[in-house]
Design a binder for this molecule. Structure first.
Ligand SMILES: *Cc1c(COP(=O)(O)O)cnc(C)c1O
Length: 220
């Protein structure tokens, strides 16, 4: 069968990940349904979206066996729209948000898997919990109250820079944070880090989940 460029890119990436225990999330923000369907028809069914409205639209329009990841910032008042179907929320950055996810998950009789987003970039613009906030959130006992969320790891975004040494340093830092927490919080096994420009470095530094958009679907 002749493959489209999208299908070839996904196949190539999947081959490179073989045997590495790294999950590929294909990031489809701003991309039309037809592009997602190209991937789907080649057997790839795990997509990441940034915006709630776009995620909900695509969920409604596309096949129901797609695994949807929310990777962008999530506002508390929008949790209810994704709670019925989202597979993993990568971007949990406050206790308030976590409580709302738990509430909406309970309403939908679901357990929603989440990652805690940690601020690792040296630049000031990237969102996420500081290390102190992360430790507070884990230590303060709130997780024991929330029975419908399941935290499975951490997520981080590196600085937008061509300086790959800096990027590596930031990924190393997140891995270190995870290693320090694992003895007390053994459920933090996943590490979502790495995008089109830096996923090989992220994997070298311990990523278990990469979020790749433009390298598959072209620039935005
Ligand atoms: C857009 C985005 C990605 C993918 O970026 P690419 O450079 O296109 O691979 C990954 N993670 C997050 C949080 C994003 O917003």
């Amino acid at each position: 069968m002749l493959m489209t460029p999208i299908q070839s890119a996904i196949q190539k990436l999947s081959l490179e990940l073989e045997g590495k225990n790294v999950t590929l999330v294909a990031v489809t923000k701003t991309k039309p349904n037809a592009m997602l369907m190209e991937a789907y028809e080649a057997g790839f069914k795990r997509f990441g979206e940034n915006y709630v409205q776009e995620l909900v639209d695509k969920y409604q329009q596309l096949p129901k066996d797609i695994e949807w990841h929310l990777i962008g910032h999530l506002q508390t008042n929008k949790v209810k729209f994704v709670a019925p179907f989202v597979s993993l929320i990568h971007s949990v950055d406050s206790e308030k948000l976590l409580r709302e996810i738990d509430k909406q998950a309970t309403k939908n009789k679901r357990i929603i898997r989440c990652l805690l987003q940690v601020h690792i970039a040296e630049e000031a613009t990237k969102t996420g919990l500081s290390e102190t906030e992360l430790t507070q959130l884990l230590d303060n006992g709130v997780l024991n109250e929330l029975s419908s969320v399941k935290i499975i790891g951490l997520m981080g975004m590196s600085t937008f820079t061509e300086n790959m040494e800096q990027v590596r340093r930031e990924f190393k830092h997140l891995k270190k944070i995870q290693e320090n927490l694992l003895p007390t919080y053994p459920f933090l096994t996943e590490l979502s880090m790495g995008m089109s420009s830096d996923w090989p470095i992220a994997i070298e530094e311990g990523s278990t989940m990469i979020r790749v958009g433009s390298a598959i679907f072209g620039g935005r």
